[in-house]
Ligand binder design. Structure first.
Ligand code: 8NA
Ligand code: MG
Ligand code: MG
Length: 345
């Protein structure tokens, strides 16, 4: 498709929902054999089951808040977004939120709150959360703002409403940048795609807070940049085991252990793989592969889905999978509205 086409917007937002809904089955599982993943996915194709419903979790619940806020305010409005997060949580608290972020969401509901970023700063003894909860909902920022500096700035602020540690919000920046580049068609040159992400993240992680947080947490000087170099090394090899991917990149709830992993899933699945069905296209391969890594499967598949969906477009999304996922139709309609906002700003 052409850069920033409607099909890419729809693909991104819908495949993110699919990743979340389909990935929920394996969230927290240590080992997920590919055979089990493929069985789960072929269950979605079974027409005799009628419309099965896989519910979405916190990933989609919060993404929907971001989308609605960006559309309603025609841009980023921190007060509005904070209110939507709080309202969504109190209406449906059982969506599988991280145990820490619940405290932030409760404080955001208070009408006395002046600084909407303060509850996030108070997390984890003032260090802030480094969970992937900011990154899992970052895709809409790439679908609302055409310019890279805006994508970076607003993805970061939008994440800081719950994740004040730079290892949390910079994961959101990386995820939004990956969707931004994919939307432009950058995944047709995978080497340039990863190099571009490394260049951008080296600048982002050169900031003082980021350098300080990385030191305190005993991570590499520029943790996301360093992980992206590992992604590049892994993608240059034609055979990589699931175990190696998990040990090099991680599959956990920290943004650092999941955003580079999601990016790797997309890159790795650009080509057919002998352990994935021949009739699968790239988007199906990406989602199946993300689930087979185990760990935080819904969130990794949600993030990989957004990046892959922006590349392959809505035509690559299997109708039968879409029919099974709560919120997929809604995402499709909202993607069209974001497409209009993006092209108007
Ligand atoms: P969060 O902000 O509560 O962070 C998630 C978890 O990461 C926390 O509960 C802590 O255990 C840990 N953590 C984060 N920052 C720090 C820190 N500075 N020091 C020590 N520990 C820290 O929630 P979130 O919104 O980031 O959510 C992340 C993931 O958790 C999402 O995937 C979401 O779906 C959820 N979740 C995951 C699982 C799972 O088994 N993988 C299960 C239920 C919920
Ligand atoms: Mg979830
Ligand atoms: Mg999760």
């Amino acid at each position: 498709g052409t850069p920033a086409s409607m099909s890419r917007f729809r693909g991104a937002l819908v495949a993110a929902v699919l990743g979340d809904c389909v990935g929920g089955e394996f969230e927290g599982a240590e080992e997920v054999p590919m055979e089990t993943v493929l069985q789960h996915l072929s269950g979605l194709e079974d027409e005799t089951k009628g419309n099965c419903v896989l519910e979405y979790s916190d990933d989609t619940a919060m993404t929907r808040c971001v989308v609605q806020s960006l559309l309603n305010r025609s841009g980023y409005d921190e007060q509005d977004l904070a209110r939507r997060f709080a309202k969504e949580y109190s209406a449906s608290p059982g969506r599988g939120y991280g145990s820490g972020v619940i405290q932030v969401l409760k404080k955001l509901a208070s009408p006395q709150l002046v600084d909407v970023y303060q509850p996030a700063r108070d997390q984890f003894n003032g260090r802030g959360s480094f969970g992937n909860g900011g990154a899992m909902r970052a895709a809409p920022f790439a679908l609302a703002f055409p310019n890279l500096p805006d994508v970076t700035r607003f993805a970061r602020l939008g994440a800081m409403l719950t994740h004040s540690c730079s290892l949390g919000y910079n994961g959101a920046v990386l995820q939004a940048l990956a969707v931004h580049l994919s939307l432009q068609g950058a995944l047709s040159l995978p080497q340039q795609f990863i190099s571009r992400l490394i260049t951008e993240m080296e600048e982002v992680e050169g900031e003082e807070e980021a350098l300080r947080d990385a030191r305190i947490l005993k991570e590499a000087e520029k943790p996301f940049s360093e992980r992206l170099h590992r992604v590049r090394d892994l993608m240059d090899r034609n055979k990589v085991s699931i175990e190696e991917v998990i040990s090099e990149l991680g599959n956990g709830i920290a943004a650092l252990h999941s955003v580079p992993t999601a990016i790797f899933c997309v890159l790795h699945c650009l080509q057919p793989r002998d352990y994935l069905p021949e009739n699968y296209g790239g988007l199906e391969r990406t989602i199946a592969y993300s689930l087979a890594l185990g760990g935080d499967t819904d969130t990794i598949a949600c993030m990989a889905g957004a990046i892959a969906g922006a590349h392959y477009g809505i035509e690559a999304v299997p109708q039968r999978w879409m029919r099974c996922c709560e919120g997929a139709e809604d995402a499709d309609m909202n993607a069209a509205r974001l497409h209009a906002l993006y092209h108007q700003t």
